[in-house]
Design a binder for this molecule. Structure first.
Ligand SMILES: *Cc1c(COP(=O)(O)O)cnc(C)c1O
Length: 494
């Protein structure tokens, strides 16, 4: 066979020899700019309380984001100026002490430095033999310890709770299939699988069962009681009925802290049913798993340590800058067995960079970010005790706010807070549901638009209400007093 003709290499004057790089030309100027950015960032955080929680973006700001793909260069100082004036000035608001919408963490500066340093080092957490891999495994181990799973359990850091739940439910599906599901797919299942959760379950579980090829109907929403916890007898009945109808009851999803009202399912009862029925027990602990580290309230999530898998969210109650979630799995082999594939281009070696563990074998991503660093630094700085105390404090603050509301005849506390979520509404006498909803929405939007506070809304047992979710290490009692007085000011005159 003739040797293939190779193209002749570029002459030394060709493009391969151009001095271009993305590195700065002037390292001194780069250092000066970086210092200025850090000073601005520190001030931004120090003065967060003085700024509005949120403000609408004026048209010129929005216009920046319609500009076309840049063709030529721009000095980085100018690029930063655009970001400072148009991006940093118009945040979602969740780092503000009076942001209580949905359920988000408030970030922390040490965590932000961690993200910066992770990007500077630039390691790929797909795996290998380097410090970031050991730190990632250490952080997973710490989170496992926080919720009380055994040392033999495995876990993986992911982008957030939705991905963490998807990981847990994928392992559940494969482990319970009774066939080689990876090879044969769901079409080969003898009986259709059924997953069970309360009707308060987070919407990411619907996406998960759909992505798993089981379909939305495979997620059975079991009635919740007046306390918004899953009705245990209704769950037993649903499982028995499905079994009789030829389904395979596969997995019970317990929610430790529902997104509507913060309700914590009876995890001990769920663990017992799962064991008796030979089912997988998954806990969605995106809100509440970390209550396990809060001394006054840890009892509320008892039973989580019996889960086969847990999803939790360090970017909520541990305030890691977005995004960081974690899936934990009791049985390491089942976890790895669900995802591991070893292509020829990712083989380990006895020595060198490829000698370490391949973390990508525990999830869907190949390249993974170094999210562990931001959490590691904040945990080292403050210690887990501080984070536990902050969780207890948020729960106490919700009780305080609820007590203020109960004393106010113009307000209706729609549900007694179980943890840190207060659901209430303005309910003037003689107003019907529609009119009630309109004025409550109006109050919510006015609070947002004036930048005073950010709440969100939901519907509980048919009642539209406003929702104050206090997952915030900057909130003080006087912030809640201010919320009360602003809500009362906004009441329609009788
Ligand atoms: C926030 C939340 C999720 C989703 O987590 P993300 O981090 O937003 O993806 C899932 N379940 C519950 C109960 C949550 O509160």
């Amino acid at each position: 066979m003739d040797a293939p003709t190779l193209p002749s290499p570029l002459p030394p004057s060709g493009i391969g020899n151009l001095p271009d790089t993305l590195d700065p030309r002037d390292w001194g100027a780069t250092s000066a700019l970086a210092h200025r950015i850090v000073d601005d960032a520190v001030r931004h955080l120090r003065e967060v309380r003085e700024r509005p929680v949120w403000q609408p973006m004026p048209e010129p700001v929005q216009a920046l984001f319609r500009e076309p793909l840049p063709d030529g260069p721009m000095p980085v100082e100018d690029v930063y100026g655009l970001v400072r004036d148009n991006v940093l000035a118009y945040p979602m608001g969740n780092i503000h002490p009076r942001f209580w919408s949905w359920f988000m963490g408030a970030g922390n500066f040490t965590g932000a430095l961690g993200d910066f340093l992770a990007a500077v080092q630039g390691s790929n957490l797909g795996g290998g033999s380097h410090a970031a891999v050991l730190m990632d495994q250490q952080v997973v181990g710490w989170l496992r310890e926080m919720v009380g799973l055994p040392a033999s359990a495995s876990g993986t850091l992911v982008s957030g709770g939705s991905m963490a739940n998807l990981i847990g439910l994928t392992v559940a599906r494969n482990a319970m299939a009774g066939i080689d599901l990876r090879e044969l797919g769901v079409a080969a299942l003898e009986r259709p699988m059924r997953f069970y959760a309360s009707d308060q379950v987070h919407s990411c579980h619907r996406k998960a069962v759909e992505a798993l090829g089981l379909g939305n109907r495979a997620l059975c929403r079991v009635r919740s009681g007046p306390d918004c916890r899953i009705d245990i007898e209704a769950l037993r009945a649903a499982i028995a009925l499905d079994r009789a109808d030829g389904f395979q009851p596969t997995c019970i999803i317990g929610t430790a802290g529902t997104v509507n009202s913060g309700a914590v399912d009876d995890l001990v009862a769920l663990a017992e049913i799962a064991a008796a029925e030979g089912m997988w027990f998954h806990v969605d602990g995106c809100i509440g798993a970390l209550i396990a580290i809060a001394p006054e309230n840890a009892w509320r999530v008892k039973g989580i340590e019996r889960a086969d898998s847990v999803a939790l969210d360090p970017h909520k109650w541990l305030h890691a800058p977005f995004a960081l979630g974690c899936a934990l799995v009791r049985d390491r082999e089942k976890h790895r067995g669900t995802f591991a594939v070893s292509p020829e281009y990712l083989q380990g070696t006895a020595r060198g960079i490829a000698a370490g563990d391949w973390l990508y074998e525990y999830g869907l991503q190949t390249t993974r970010s170094f999210g562990a660093l931001k959490l590691w630094m904040a945990l080292k700085e403050h210690g887990v005790t501080t984070f536990g105390r902050l969780i207890d404090r948020n729960i106490a603050q919700a009780t305080y706010l609820a007590s203020l509301m109960k004393a106010e005849p113009a307000l209706e506390l729609v549900m007694e807070p179980e943890v840190n979520i207060v659901c209430f509404r303005v309910a003037p006498k003689g107003y019907d549901e529609d009119r009630n909803k309109r004025i409550n929405l109006e109050i919510m939007l006015r609070l947002q638009e004036t930048g005073v506070a950010a709440l969100s809304d939901t519907t509980i047992r048919g009642k539209h209400c406003l929702r104050v979710a206090i997952c915030n290490h900057r909130t003080r009692l006087d912030d809640l007093d201010l919320l009360m007085s602003e809500v009362l000011k906004a009441l329609p005159a009788n």
